[in-house]
Write a protein that binds this ligand. Structure first.
Ligand SMILES: C[S@@+](CC[C@H](N)C(=O)[O-])C[C@H]1O[C@@H](n2cnc3c(N)ncnc32)[C@H](O)[C@@H]1O
Length: 203
């Protein structure tokens, strides 16, 4: 499958929700709620993971397509989608090569995944391609902190994280969006910019 093997994430799927639970409520969930408020219409969620966003917004999407590289993650997302009563069309694909039609989606959601894709520009370009003109990309990620202490911890994490995770703790998608012909129309960040959120639209 494209540039990303799902095997590392296949091994994380069973324990992912437990290992992230500590950060979920305070650090990750507020951005899920922020994004959910902005979801409209035919929606694609890329790198859906175990589907942690679905309970926040599934009721707002008229049609929902979750995409994932990892089969095990996708299976977990399917369980979550059933739990929130939302029929979904699950797609196993690389975010850089979705195999979906152009100009097809009103909303593209992607959270906490740009930090671990191999080619961030290729992924952003692909997300822009599948958005219809006037559609919106909703994104949140943990990014390079504005606090010196935060950046120090992130540099340490970059060294400690296994290479196969492709984790970039200091990547900032916000700075890459203009390079793929999209325009950031709204952005906000958590305290110390540990998490940054954005809304972008094809320019
Ligand atoms: C840190 S998890 C985040 C999951 C979810 N988006 C969330 O907010 O909890 C990153 C996810 O990105 C997926 N992923 C990584 N690279 C990918 C790629 N190139 N294409 C599709 N999914 C990818 C992984 O399989 C994993 O499920």
């Amino acid at each position: 499958m494209g540039s990303t093997s799902g095997s590392y994430w296949d091994r994380q799927a069973a324990t992912y929700d437990r290992t992230t639970a500590l950060f979920e409520r305070r650090l990750l969930a507020p951005s899920r709620a922020w994004i959910a408020e902005r979801v409209v219409g035919v929606t694609l969620e890329v790198a859906v993971g175990t589907g942690a966003n679905l309970p926040f917004y599934a009721h707002r999407a008229t049609d929902l397509t979750p995409v994932e590289a990892s089969r095990a993650m996708l299976d977990a997302a399917a369980v979550r989608a059933r739990g929130v009563g939302k029929p979904v069309r699950l797609v196993q694909a690389d975010a850089a090569d979705l195999g979906l039609p152009s100009d097809a989606f009103d909303t593209v959601v992607c959270t906490y995944a740009m930090c671990c894709v191999e080619d961030a520009l290729a992924v952003l370009r692909e997300l822009g391609r599948v958005l219809r003109p006037g559609g919106r990309l909703l994104m949140a990620d943990h990014v390079e902190s504005s606090a010196r202490l935060g950046r120090g911890v992130q540099r340490m994490l970059d060294r400690l994280t296994p290479d196969e995770a492709h984790e970039h703790h200091r990547r900032r998608p916000l700075l890459l969006v203009p390079d793929v012909g999209m325009r950031v129309v709204e952005t906000t960040a958590s305290r110390w910019r540990l998490v940054e959120r954005l809304v972008a639209t094809p320019a």
